[in-house]
Design a binder for this molecule. Structure first.
Ligand code: COA
Length: 318
């Protein structure tokens, strides 16, 4: 496959660390030192589907394809206001497409999983253009009294259009069940028949230190494996487009591959962790700023609740 267009959309409201100081026992200094995040965008008046459709339209425009030319939509999403139908169905209607859609929930790793699915569909089915939309509102999952988690996240949508091609050089996905590291439970509708005890959590429950360690160790392992698979060295990668969760996680990975900081583009200072939207939205920022050159090798790597992880090496040929 080959990426031929990128798009993104973010909520209008910027929430700075100083704004968080007003209702949380935290400080700009603590957040910046421990995470690298200065501010994030948080949904206020928007609907997530508006952001998702806007990102999709921008990606299609960038690719030079119309909604009628999209053969399949893969939507990566953890939570949105609809329990059903899938967000992909809602996006399909909003952009005027008529193709089948599927939603996946692989948490922050969703974009890499979606790329893998797209590669398989393009290789085995009669499809030319696949739209991947990652639309996330993690801010709506947080307990905004929990200073160790709510400071990390922001909302966003990122999208790409992929077509047949030979740019995906290696990809690796993994899941290691470790629910307790990062999860949220919700209580379902009661019935006259349920006898088991059910609980819901007050927003996301996260063991930050465990997640940090898992994130670094799994990313290092994935990066090592995809480099080997592609027969490449770390030096041959032009840009490491990593999941934007914490600048210290990115730094730990950078030390492992021993590459210059300039190879690690980031925007988490402005947007925080936007779950699976983080990599496609960063790709879009880079693409629109003309920072991606044809022939460059990109290494994408992400991790998230599950614990899911994934990495791939992609030649940029847009
Ligand atoms: N402001 C001020 N103090 C805070 C705080 C905040 N926002 N959040 C936590 N603290 C405090 C803790 O209560 C603790 O205080 P104590 O020592 O008095 O108990 C202290 O800071 C250190 O907490 P700790 O959890 O050890 O900090 P940390 O260096 O591990 O950083 C995270 C916490 C959450 C930033 C870090 O663990 C992390 O980024 N983990 C990965 C999370 C992630 O990426 N999740 C998404 C995965 S897709």
């Amino acid at each position: 496959m080959r990426i031929i267009g990128t798009g993104s959309a973010r909520p209008s409201l910027t929430v700075t660390n100083a704004m968080l100081e007003k209702f949380l026992d935290t400080s700009d200094e603590w957040i910046v030192t421990r995470t690298g995040i200065h501010e994030r965008r948080v949904i206020s008046s928007e609907r997530l589907e508006d952001l998702a459709a806007a990102a999709a339209m921008r990606a299609m425009e960038n690719a030079g394809v119309t909604s009628g030319q999209i053969d399949f939509i893969i939507c990566s999403n953890v939570v949105n206001e609809y329990v059903t139908p899938g967000l992909g169905c809602v996006i399909q209607g909003m952009i005027g497409a008529t193709c089948p859609t599927i939603d996946i929930n692989c948490a922050c790793t969703g974009f890499i999983y979606a790329l893998d699915m797209a590669e398989a569909y393009l290789a085995t089915k009669d499809m030319n253009n696949i739209l991947i939309v990652c639309a996330e509102e993690p801010a709506r999952m947080m307990n905004w009294k929990d200073r160790s988690s709510c400071i990390l996240f922001g909302d966003a949508a990122g999208a790409v259009v992929v077509t047949k091609g030979d740019d995906l050089k290696a990809i690796r996905l993994s899941t290691h069940c470790k629910v307790e590291a990062l999860y949220q439970k919700r209580r379902l509708q009661p019935t006259p028949f349920v006898t088991k005890e059910e609980t819901d959590t007050d927003g996301v429950v996260m063991n930050g230190q465990d997640v940090f360690k898992l994130a670094v160790s799994s990313s290092i392992r994935d990066i090592d494996k995809v480099l080997t698979k592609a027969g490449m060295t770390a030096d041959e990668i032009d840009l490491y487009v990593l999941h934007q969760a914490n600048v210290r996680i990115i730094e730990s990975i950078r030390h492992f591959v021993n590459q210059d900081r300039s190879k690690f583009p980031f925007n988490l200072d402005k947007y925080g962790n936007t779950s699976s939207a983080s990599i496609p939205a960063l790709l879009d920022d880079l693409n629109r700023a003309n920072k991606l050159k044809t022939g460059e090798m990109l290494l994408l790597s992400a991790f998230g609740a599950g614990f899911t992880t994934g990495a791939c090496i992609l030649r940029w040929s847009k």
